[in-house]
Design a protein around this ligand. Structure first.
Ligand code: NAD
Length: 388
């Protein structure tokens, strides 16, 4: 057993989710090597040293440039906003570090393509944080599709609905700034659904989209973290919001299936409501993230008179990843998805295979996101391959 030393960049929402996963992983899964929370990196020394203590890292530092060059660091984990993925990822792979990067991979397809190429050239392991791929019920859905339980797939209907910025006084946090986030609900939430559509159905051929920014000006942000921020300062100046509040698009898949994806931060009452339904010739499946241990399955070959969606509790030992957790029916949560994704990532480093989803998947997702944005701008169908 050898040590895999991690250097983590960023220490708020995702920094905490990843650190928690590093701590939980060896308690529940047998990993080949030891995961060591070595260095945590942020811009403010006082804050980052507090985060190091809280998240169990032995050191903290403020220079990511030095971090990615350190000989005693094997993995760089990037949990900064999207405008700060490309630079550290490319520097890290060029210094032969394995890299885990949060989604979306980059601000646009061009940058994502550079990151993918740099990682490929360096021959290091790379993975992107599409953690919903590691929900046991979703892995089960993929298995059922591979076993041809749905037959030919006709439809994918996906949505990611939130409501945390509906108050017009909610400030312009980084997620509402195009130069930092790339896009709004589209890149933040839509990236996950696009990835699931690619994972479960097929690659996306073309898209036709519309989007809206309902609140066009917001007070400047004073203090923020993750999805929360301090409310309006009476003296705060108003700033233009340059990302979408909601985006909706139609999809043609390469295998002939049709789809729709709806992403919004203005769906009152929906907190982190990611759902999808897939309809095939032999059956359908339906999934709601807020009930993430369950998968609904309709089998068109069931006996007449008894047909209907059945509820599968995907929390038994035979279900993906569940053997490592609790007895059947003792359900798991959001944070466990990160444990699963990092289990796959660290095993890929130890055993030498490639982890999925990787920078290739991150790049393909960015290509779809760019196609959606072009479709919104030009008001027409856009072929994903036309994005270069
Ligand atoms: N997989 C998921 O479910 C999921 C959920 C939320 C966020 N994300 C992604 O994770 C990333 C971070 O989001 P978050 O919610 O954790 O944001 P956050 O605002 O909570 O944390 C961002 C962290 O990055 C640091 N940071 C910002 N700019 C930096 C820079 N230039 N140098 C060093 N550190 C810097 C901040 O200080 C902070 O610690 C984004 O790409 C986001 O899309 C993924």
């Amino acid at each position: 057993m050898k040590d895999i030393n991690v250097g983590l960049i960023g220490y708020k929402f995702m920094g905490k989710a990843h650190s928690n996963a590093f701590a939980m992983l060896p308690m529940f899964f047998d990993t080949q090597d030891r995961i060591v929370r070595k260095v945590i990196c942020g811009r403010d020394q006082n804050m980052v040293s507090k985060a190091a203590v809280k998240f169990g890292f032995s050191e903290s530092m403020t220079s990511w440039e030095e971090l990615v060059k350190r000989d005693d660091i094997h993995v760089i984990d990037i949990t900064a906003p999207s405008n700060f993925h490309k630079e550290p990822a490319i520097e890290a792979v060029e210094n032969k570090k394995h890299v885990f990067c949060e989604k979306p991979l980059a601000l646009n397809y061009k940058d994502a393509f550079m990151m993918y190429n740099a990682a490929k050239k360096a021959e290091v392991k790379n993975q992107i944080g599409f953690n919903y791929r590691f929900v046991p019920a979703i892995v089960l859905a993929r298995k059922m599709i591979e076993q041809n339980k749905l037959g030919r797939i006709y439809h994918f209907r996906g949505a990611f609905l939130q409501d945390w910025i509906m108050d017009p006084d909610f400030p312009k946090v980084w997620r509402l700034d195009k130069s930092v986030a790339g896009s709004g609900a589209l890149g933040d939430l839509g990236a996950h659904v696009i990835d699931l559509a690619r994972y479960l159905v097929a690659d996306i051929n073309s898209v036709c989209a519309m989007a809206e920014t309902f609140i066009k000006k917001r007070p400047a942000v004073q203090e923020m973290t993750g999805l929360s921020a301090s409310k309006k300062d009476i003296n705060a100046k108003m700033e233009k919001v340059d990302v979408d509040d909601a985006a909706i698009f139609m999809i043609k898949f390469t295998n002939g299936a049709l789809g729709t994806i709806e992403t919004t931060r203005f769906a009152g009452g929906h907190k982190n409501d990611m759902f999808f339904e897939i309809n095939g010739e032999k059956g359908s499946i339906r999934f709601y993230f807020e009930r993430m241990n369950e998968l609904l399955y309709y089998n068109a070959e069931d006996e007449e008179g008894y047909m209907g969606f059945r509820l599968i509790q995907a929390s038994e030992g035979i279900h993906p990843y569940m053997q490592s957790w609790w007895p059947a029916g003792h359900v798991i949560g959001y944070e466990n998805t990160f444990v699963h994704e990092f289990y796959e990532f660290f095993q890929s480093i130890s055993l030498g295979h490639n982890a999925k989803p990787d920078f290739y998947d991150g790049m393909k997702c960015c290509q779809v996101l760019d196609a959606v944005e072009l479709s919104i701008k030009e008001n027409c169908w856009v072929s994903v391959d036309s994005i270069k």
